[in-house]
Design a protein around this ligand. Structure first.
Ligand code: GDP
Length: 358
């Protein structure tokens, strides 16, 4: 499944945040059969108000949200791209993820030293981006001569060479591929560049900074068009120890109505270009994860590969139509249940029942 790598300089609250992610992940995993969790992986359910409503309509015993996987990528320090610290391991781990989440320190606790002496989100972002850009530069500088040679004998390689040369120019100006908008160049894909992955940012604030809209605005601008999530990692680590009611109380005491981890899951999901469709019955109501643009058979394949192979058709009701009708039977008699074939492109919030041959 798709995953997001969490990186950050030392002492920015990465472990604190990651421990909270692991706690919620373990609680969530108990609901999913056959889920195995690696020690460096944290899983968060994507909050979805539609699920309890559906569960009510169908009398479902269980509710399973879509989930996002976060991987702890330890070892980002200055010079990692030159093998400092656990540089090479760090780069290998981050290459395997589908998006990069940077944790940036904003909290100003004088008891927690900053590796570079003072708190500066802007400089920290530059430090991290520089390491990622340097690593990509090494990759592209190695690839260009190889592609030049290949392109001489094979004109299909020309596009790949041009893309690599273009990427080199971007990286040499100190920009990420993500910023440059070259993100979707198919020809770049084989190079597995780190800065071609989508980025998102977690700003770790002091509790009283959570309601500082001017500060949030300023930080958002710093990283746009990437998305930003604002949280206090210390509070997140406390929230996962509390029951729902106590957690809400703590959140409200700092002017929030949703945990940072929930926001992170939602934003991460978006950043990965994912959407959900829903299934519901007496046993469970469940959100399934698909890429935007997935067809009905591809969506069926997420439940089971046999469902994709034997796909016949799908009965689809939009969530809104189903709620308005009040039951699946009422939706059918109101003509709101559509029978869709193999070319149907799924929409977010489709409630689906697949018909298939086995
Ligand atoms: P890491 O090196 O990035 O993994 O950072 P840690 O999670 O180990 O945090 C370093 C120190 O900062 C620890 O003493 C944490 O308790 C503290 N810390 C983490 N997050 C926060 C925060 O949001 N506010 C404050 N005041 N301290 C924090």
């Amino acid at each position: 499944s798709l995953s997001i790598g969490i990186v950050g300089l030392p002492n920015v609250g990465k472990s604190t945040l990651f421990n909270a992610l692991t706690k919620t992940g373990n609680a969530l995993a108990a609901n999913y059969p056959f889920a195995t969790i690696e020690p460096n992986v944290g899983i968060v359910g994507v909050p979805d108000d539609r699920l309890p409503v559906l569960a009510g309509i169908f009398g479902s015993a269980k509710v399973l949200p879509a989930k996002v996987e976060f991987v702890d990528i330890a070892g980002l320090v200055k010079g990692a791209s030159e093998g400092q610290g656990r540089g090479n391991q760090f780069l290998a781990n981050i290459r395997d993820t589908d998006a990069i989440c940077q944790v940036i320190r904003v909290f100003g606790d004088p008891d927690v030293t900053h590796v570079d002496g003072e708190i500066s989100p802007k400089r920290d972002i530059e430090t991290i981006n520089t390491e990622l850009i340097m690593a990509d530069l090494q990759t592209v500088e190695k690839a260009v001569p190889r592609l030049q040679k290949e392109a001489r004998n094979n004109k299909d390689k020309k596009a790949a060479l041009e893309a690599a040369e273009e990427a080199l120019k971007v990286l040499e100006t100190g920009k990420t591929i993500f910023e440059s908008g070259l993100l979707d160049r198919e020809e770049l894909r084989e190079l597995h560049l780190l800065t071609a992955k989508p980025f998102l940012y977690v700003f770790n604030l002091d509790a009283d900074e959570l309601i500082d809209t001017a500060l949030r605005e300023q930080l958002s601008t710093l990283v746009a068009p990437a998305e930003a999530v604002f949280l206090d990692a210390k509070i997140e680590s406390e929230l996962v120890e509390l029951d729902e009611e106590e957690a809400l109380e703590l959140l409200q005491s700092v002017g929030q109505d949703e945990s940072g981890l929930s926001q992170l899951a939602r934003v991460g999901f978006e950043t990965l270009g994912l959407q959900t469709y829903l299934t519901a019955g007496p046993k469970e109501t469940r959100a399934w994860t698909i890429r935007k643009g997935a067809t009905a058979p591809e969506a069926a394949g997420v439940i089971h590969t046999d469902f994709q192979r034997g796909f016949i058709k799908a009965e689809v009701v939009s969530f809104d139509d189903l709620v308005e009708a009040g039951s699946i039977a009422a939706a059918r008699s109101a003509g709101k249940a559509r029978i869709e074939g193999k070319d149907y492109v799924m929409r977010d919030g489709d409630v689906v029942e697949f018909r298939f041959n086995v």
